[in-house]
Design a protein around this ligand. Structure first.
Ligand code: PHB
Ligand code: FE
Length: 327
């Protein structure tokens, strides 16, 4: 197990005001346009806005389910308590030439380094959760911060949005106006008529209205929970900032507009299929693939997650099939 530590200040040749960060033998530095990652045996480079958008998701989702690929080379694999940080681990060429590199960290320690990096490298005006049309730029020497944007609390309902004591509705008053792309979404409130005696047990809310007021993109939030069944709706615009490698089956319900998905083999990155999801379409993403979505217009998507980590173990050992249905 490696230790994740923060190095400060950065001993860089050009002093742009950014700190450098280390985690084990990985070293992260940024300049005006790029994130530079060095590790024993090599170095990697990523456009800094793409890096920060991916980093934001990895931090906000606590390393998510399975694998978070920042690009075709760099990423993390969640082992739920520990996490692997890797270069080329799921890349055919890196693997076949033995150029991959991986270190395992305590999840909390790596998350701390990631949070420090996100805070220091995010300039005033850049919002890594926002659609490109709704944010300023990430570039240049260090100028200011955007703590408000990167410290947003992810919605994680205990049972369902709108229940007493649970995650709140979004309204104009609490800072969630209807997004420019969803001006036509009705803001009506459903009538709930419960049988006498069941008044405290029946609940409903206008999910379209709730989603129309989301101020972030590509950030599934837990809006309703039944045991390990998590309904995680989200609004999407532009490109999913990570390529997600599943460790369990994940269902998608396209609620509005369209998303194009690139599906690749999880281990090698070889292309498998192109999927177009139109409003009303439902898909099950198998446990042995990775996927990245493209949403030309802001769209609404429900991601249905199975929060039972035993399922991931069953998939990893091959005890259950990577897909949920046979036709
Ligand atoms: C996914 O990887 O399944 C995913 C992540 C974020 C989204 C949508 C889908 O907003
Ligand atoms: Fe996914």
């Amino acid at each position: 197990m490696s230790t994740a530590t923060i190095t400060t200040p950065a001993p860089t040749s050009k002093d742009l005001g950014y700190k450098a960060f280390t985690a084990g033998q990985f070293r992260f530095e940024r300049d005006e346009y790029f994130a530079h990652i060095s590790y024993p045996g090599g170095r990697h480079i990523m456009p800094v806005e793409a890096f920060l958008r991916a980093l934001m998701r990895d931090v906000a989702w606590g390393f998510f389910y399975g694998t978070v690929n920042f690009d075709s080379v760099l990423g993390t694999t969640n082992h739920y308590g520990t996490v692997d940080l890797y270069v080329g681990l799921y890349n055919d060429s890196y693997r076949s030439h033995k150029r991959h590199y991986v270190e395992r960290f305590d999840s909390k320690a790596l998350k701390q380094v990631y949070e420090g990096m996100l805070e220091d490298w995010t300039n005033e005006g850049f919002d890594p959760f926002a659609a490109p049309e709704e944010t300023g730029l990430a570039y240049g020497a260090k100028h200011g911060t955007n703590t408000k944007a990167i410290k947003r609390q992810r919605v994680t309902a205990k049972r369902m949005v709108g229940l007493p004591g649970d995650a709140e509705y979004r309204t104009d008053q609490n800072g969630f106006p209807v997004n420019r792309a969803f001006a036509d979404v009705p803001q009506t409130v459903p009538e709930v008529h419960a049988e006498p005696g069941f008044e405290g047990e029946v609940h409903g809310f206008n999910l379209y209205s709730y989603l129309s007021r989301s101020d972030v993109t590509w950030n599934p939030s837990v809006c309703s929970v039944v045991k390990d069944s998590l309904l995680c709706p989200t609004t999407e615009e532009h490109v999913l900032p990570i390529t997600h490698g599943n460790d369990r089956v994940e269902w998608f319900v396209q609620v509005s507009d369209e998303i194009y998905w690139d599906i690749e083999d999880k281990a090698t990155g070889r292309p498998i299929s192109k999927v177009v999801m139109k409003a009303g379409d439902v898909a099950a993403m198998p446990a042995d693939i990775r996927h990245r979505g493209y949403s030309p217009k802001r769209s609404m998507l429900i991601v249905w997650e199975n929060n039972d980590n035993n399922v991931a173990t069953l998939h990893a050992s091959g005890k259950i099939k990577p897909y949920p249905v046979e036709f």
